[in-house]
Design a protein around this ligand. Structure first.
Ligand SMILES: Nc1ncnc2c1ncn2[C@@H]1O[C@H](COP(=O)(O)OP(=O)(O)O)[C@@H](O)[C@H]1O
Ligand SMILES: [Mg+2]
Length: 387
């Protein structure tokens, strides 16, 4: 027997948004039932699994729906079955249409029945209709602050109201989950991966899937496949910006990543003392081989200021400017050496999230605004490219 308040609560509940899946019960189809009997609400919802990281927050959001007219809420969370999980994954990644029903493995048909369909999903970032700007953060070598810049730029873009994802493509030196402070692992729905969100940024990294040092044994094709899977099987939700923390230099992995992102833009991180010519040559050749443009230079560790306001330049001067000149692009930002920046990275609390109005926060806010204001590249349309 449905009474009026039950119907009203049902509608309110169906609008509750899952904090990890980012869709409402209505869209997910996971509200299993609501019964109100003698001021007690009996609610049943389905969640991906017993260790679902959002269970606590989801519970809070459900309880919030009810007012004082309800004295007790009896909330049951049941687990999705394997096949329900897989179906939900397909729905979320938005490509169920590409798997024709005739190709779905028939029930009980051989050893592979019940496994995920092997049909390849398209790479959404290659599609010309994609509205995502893919921003590759590259450097000539490691240790110049590529990951630090990626994380803080992503948080600054999110603070400015953009939708942002980070793909940690530095497979041998992954550090994004630790630096941005991801609090829970990705949720796997069949072959769809739901990335965790930290400071408003969706993140994926090989670090979620392998032990430290394990990826070192991987060879080229495995790495290529891992990156491909991160582009294709992760529910990015068509963000405005996808930042790629690139492997340092221009080795095979960097080429492989760039190859899979033909519409990307490269931003180069350098220190003031880097040999501008060498870095420029390398980045220039990466851009040329991959036919993707270098759009700007970011200089990191530019200076150090003592508490009494004295400035030192421990890594010299002018590297960013020289590199920008030789690449024919703009030096977009200079980021000083700041202890809090390193501590923030070590503690998983990016300095831009901690102090958006501080010196570093403002530098990244401006960098984010400048990158957002730059028109997306059209180089993939050869008729528009300027020579
Ligand atoms: N501007 C900065 N001020 C202080 N420490 C920094 C700065 N940029 C980077 N670091 C620190 O330097 C180290 C290397 O930076 P990281 O971002 O990991 O470089 P990469 O990704 O290029 O290897 C890290 O410990 C990081 O916290
Ligand atoms: Mg790094």
């Amino acid at each position: 027997m449905t009474n009026r308040s039950e119907q009203a609560y049902l509608e309110a509940l169906s609008r509750v948004v899952d904090p990890v899946l980012f869709h409402s019960f209505d869209e997910l189809g996971t509200l299993r039932g609501l019964k109100i009997k003698r001021k007690v609400a009996h609610v049943t919802v389905a969640v991906p699994g017993p260790d679902y990281p959002a269970a606590g927050e989801l519970r809070r959001r459900i309880l919030d729906v009810f007012d004082e007219s309800i004295e007790e809420i009896d909330l049951k969370m049941v687990d999705l079955t394997d096949s329900e999980r897989e179906k939900l994954g397909e729905k979320l990644v938005g490509d169920s249409a590409i798997i024709p029903p005739s190709q779905e493995p028939a029930e009980g048909a051989g050893a592979h029945s019940g496994h995920a369909p092997t049909t390849e999903r398209p790479n959404p970032f290659v599609d010309r209709s994609s509205l995502t700007r893919v921003i590759c953060i590259s450097s000539g070598k490691g240790g110049v602050g590529k990951s630090s810049i990626t994380v803080n730029l992503a948080v600054a873009l999110a603070q400015a109201g953009h939708t942002v994802g980070i793909l940690d493509a530095d497979i041998y030196g992954f550090s994004i989950p630790r630096m941005i402070g991801v609090g829970y692992p990705p949720v796997v729905l069949g072959k769809t991966i739901i990335p965790p969100v930290a400071h408003g940024v969706r993140c994926i990294s090989i670090g979620f899937f392998v032990e430290e040092d394990q990826a070192v044994a991987w060879r080229g094709p495995m790495l290529h496949r891992a990156i491909e899977q991160f582009l294709v099987d992760v529910h990015w939700g068509a963000p405005e910006f996808l930042l790629i923390d690139m492997p340092p230099g221009t080795g095979d992995i960097a080429l492989s990543v760039a190859q899979q992102l033909p519409r990307a833009e490269i931003y180069v991180v350098t220190t003031p003392q880097s040999s501008a010519e060498r870095v420029a040559q390398r980045m220039g050749s990466l851009a040329k081989q991959m036919k993707i443009p270098v759009r700007g230079v970011i200089e990191n560790m530019s200076w150090f200021e003592t508490p009494d306001g004295q400035r030192f330049e421990p890594f010299g001067h002018g590297g960013g400017e020289a590199l920008a000149n030789s690449l024919g692009v703009t030096l977009l930002a200079q980021v000083p050496l700041v202890t809090r920046l390193r501590e923030g990275a070590d503690e998983g609390m990016p300095i831009v999230a901690m102090a958006p109005e501080g010196e570093i926060g403002l530098i990244f806010a401006k960098l984010a605004a400048d990158i957002a204001a730059a028109s997306p590249t059209r180089i993939y349309r050869s008729e528009l490219s300027v020579s």
